[in-house]
Write a protein that binds this ligand. Structure first.
Ligand code: ADP
Length: 439
């Protein structure tokens, strides 16, 4: 970036220098041309006053000493007098532009290249009272000669200006880029560094991303610590019981009981690992998730059927109300969502309690509700139950095979659909979780 800005500044200043030189040379030449012509005019007018050239034969004035050439041309174009050359040897001058102009308008001007290319001939012609034309001419440098003669000066000037331009562009580039470099070096204090208001939105985005990355890293670290802890408990039990069996101290009865414990803990480990894998899949899933129009009521029906036996075992009645309602969703995720919500509503219920699952369509929304008459969740826990591994009552969760990840998965799934979650719960009365799908 620095290089690019610097280069652009350099190109800009060099172009400016070059343009200035060329334009000022052209303007100076124009001024010089006008001055030479004006000078010739003055000479000619002075000469006119003297009347000397009315009779050229009598002229004694030596124009050469003043760097001038004077010519008198008769009406028919024949040269009657010339200060440089013998007039008799000169060709007819009728067609010279300045002479032609003087005959027709009383005054004529012309500039022509002289025989040697490095100089130009300036002509001024005026009509005399006797009908002849008096022409004065003077040699002057042309633009190339002027440029050539002033070239060393111009070159020096250009070098000085270019060096100055290079130094200035370097300093300017540095001062433009400095705040950006400072920003890159110190991401934490972007507010105090930035001097460009155009960069504000960019900074806000970076800051947000920075914060998100940090939050994500913290979350991951916490999650890893929690996972290790959660895995450790069942593994410690398994290790303990198997060690007891190995030592041969356990009776046959104990062995059966220990094997049961080992089995239960191994199952727990499997569910935990399954949930962890599912969560990380949801977290980093890059593959296309297939979405389709699904009848949420039909999915709920299957889920309720599947959980019927489970509910009976908990002495809980589970029922489904509502009617067909379509949502644009992923089938597997919808199954998981319903399963997790219904499973919780059964597990955190009371004996003889009920779970009501309902699917209804309200204008542009489809509302899935899972309502139970269970133990409820007190206010202070309501905010946090969707966090990973958060449980209100650890032992009850574990006892019923909970992992503390079910609602975290639910939250993830809802976030991936055009939907939102609502929780209503009262301790000892019951809980209702609504998932509202927006069209
Ligand atoms: P778990 O596997 O422990 O059930 P969840 O993420 O599904 O984990 O739920 C987190 C916690 O929220 C549970 O441990 C429980 O304390 C509470 N909870 C979830 N659903 C209900 C419910 N329907 N009634 C009462 N408490 C609930």
């Amino acid at each position: 970036m620095k290089k690019k800005i610097n280069l652009q500044f350099l190109i800009m200043s060099f172009t400016a220098i070059l343009l200035t030189l060329v334009i000022s040379a052209a303007v100076s030449y124009e001024v010089l041309k006008n001055e030479v012509m004006e000078e010739l005019r003055t000479y000619t007018h002075i000469l006119l006053e003297t009347d000397v050239f009315e009779t050229p034969e009598t002229v004694t004035y030596d124009a050469k000493t003043d760097g001038l050439r004077i010519t008198v041309v008769a009406k028919d174009g024949t040269v009657e007098y010339d200060s440089d050359v013998n007039a008799a040897e000169m060709e007819n001058h009728e067609d010279r532009p300045e002479v032609e102009e003087a005959f027709s308008k009383g005054e004529g001007k012309a500039i022509r290249k002289s025989e040697t290319l490095d100089q130009s001939m300036f002509y001024y012609a005026t009509l005399l009272e006797n009908g002849c034309v008096l022409r004065t001419a003077k040699k002057a440098d042309n633009i190339w000669t002027i440029l050539y003669s002033t070239f060393p000066m111009l070159l020096l000037l250009a070098i000085i200006l270019a060096t100055l331009g290079a130094v200035l562009s370097h300093l300017l580039t540095k001062s433009i880029v400095a705040p950006i470099e400072q920003m890159a070096n110190d991401m934490d204090h972007l507010e105090s560094v930035c001097v460009y208001k155009e960069l504000r939105p960019f900074i806000t985005t970076i800051q947000k991303q920075h914060e998100d990355i940090r939050k994500n890293a913290d979350m991951r670290q916490e999650f890893t610590a929690n996972v290790s802890h959660e895995l450790k408990t069942p593994l410690t039990s398994i290790s303990g019981y198997s060690e007891l069996i190995e030592s041969g101290m356990a009776t046959d009865e104990d062995v059966t009981r220990f094997a049961g414990e080992i089995h239960q803990n191994a199952n727990r480990l499997l569910t935990l690992i399954n949930d962890i894998i599912r969560l990380s899949e949801l977290d980093v899933s890059t593959e296309e998730i297939p979405y389709e129009q699904l009848d949420l009521y039909a999915i709920a029906e299957k889920c309720v059927d599947m959980l019927q036996v489970n509910a009976e075992n908990h002495d809980v009645t589970i029922e489904l109300t509502g009617k067909s309602a379509f949502v644009h969703a992923n089938r597997e995720m919808m199954n998981e969502l319903l399963y997790n919500l219904c499973d919780n509503a059964i597990r955190y219920n009371k004996k003889g309690g009920t779970v009501n699952v309902s699917v209804e369509q309200r204008e542009e929304q489809v509302i899935l509700s899972v309502k139970d008459t269970g133990i409820g969740i007190s206010k202070e826990h309501q905010e946090r139950i969707f966090e990973r591994f958060y449980r209100v009552d650890r032992s009850r969760s574990k006892l019923t095979g909970g992992t503390g990840l079910g609602l975290a998965i639910v939250k993830h799934i809802v976030a991936q659909h055009n939907a939102r979650l609502e929780l209503e719960s009262e301790k000892d009365v019951g809980t209702q979780i609504r998932v509202i799908f927006l069209k």
